[in-house]
Design a protein around this ligand. Structure first.
Ligand SMILES: [Zn+2]
Ligand SMILES: [Zn+2]
Length: 258
């Protein structure tokens, strides 16, 4: 069978009890996972993420600055980021976006400049964006439309928004990536959007070590578990896991231009 790709995980944030990155990677093949995208959140893990991609064939990277990162980026940091995102195994710029969950929008003004600069960077290096949005979906889409319109594409990662928001993201050429939340019994809105969204614009992820899918809910998550998200998506789409895996692989190839 064609393997799964975990399009969003954080190998640099794994907990010691999950073993080394090498241990985690060694558990992928038997779970049917053939490629993972390790995502950086700020300068403190840029090098870690770049090293993981260099050390393991199946590991690729996304490098950027998370909206809630406490990093105080300098011009030298931006230059370093610009050079890191040109590395061949860096598939995307991010994760970046807006997040008004921990503080009201009025206290998050700095997030806009940080986000806009990463949109320009993605355009410049011609790579997709990995978008994080929390309590900010309309503002995030507005920025993407005004700054990136037609010039940049990417992934709305860990998608949990409603259909209207999904439609806006699809309209500007973005892909929707679903996490283990889609396996939770009470996540009916997420499941409805998953069922409704066009197959050729879907991706799956773990966002590990967070958000472990059923039957691992509440435990630490790891990229091997992305297969559970794939099984849930196949069920909701009423297609075989084989054909879904093939479709998602095609989607990933189109987006990341393998
Ligand atoms: Zn995120
Ligand atoms: Zn993340």
């Amino acid at each position: 069978m064609m393997g799964w790709m975990d399009t969003h995980c954080h190998l640099c944030l794994l907990k010691p009890e999950q073993g080394s990155v090498s241990d985690v990677v060694s558990r992928l093949a038997s779970a049917g996972v053939h490629r993972i995208l390790d995502v950086a959140t700020g300068k403190d893990n840029w090098q870690c993420v770049a090293d993981n991609a260099a050390n393991f064939d199946v590991v690729y990277a996304g490098i950027g600055i998370h909206p809630t990162s406490e990093m105080q980026e300098t011009e030298a940091d931006w230059q370093l980021l610009e050079s890191l995102v040109t590395l061949p195994k860096v598939l995307a710029v991010g994760e970046c976006g807006l997040d008004f969950y921990h503080a009201p929008e009025s206290e998050c003004a700095h997030q806009y400049a940080r986000f806009e600069r990463q949109i320009h960077l993605a355009q410049q290096v011609n790579k997709p964006l990995i978008i994080h949005t929390r309590n900010s979906s309309q503002q995030t889409l507005d920025v993407l439309k005004s700054v990136g319109a037609g010039k940049v594409t990417g992934i709305m990662h860990c998608f949990v928004e409603d259909k209207a928001t999904a439609q806006q993201a699809l309209d500007i050429g973005f892909y929707l990536s679903f996490s283990g939340i889609s396996t939770f019994k009470n996540a009916t809105q997420v499941q409805e959007v998953m069922q409704w969204a066009p197959l050729d614009r879907l991706l799956i992820e773990t966002d590990s070590p967070y958000l472990a899918p059923v039957p691992y809910r509440g435990k630490l998550n790891e990229p091997a578990y992305v297969a559970k998200v794939g099984e849930q998506m196949a069920k909701l789409k009423a297609i075989s896991v084989e054909s879904l895996a093939e479709q998602l692989e095609y989607n990933a190839q189109r987006l990341f231009r393998f």
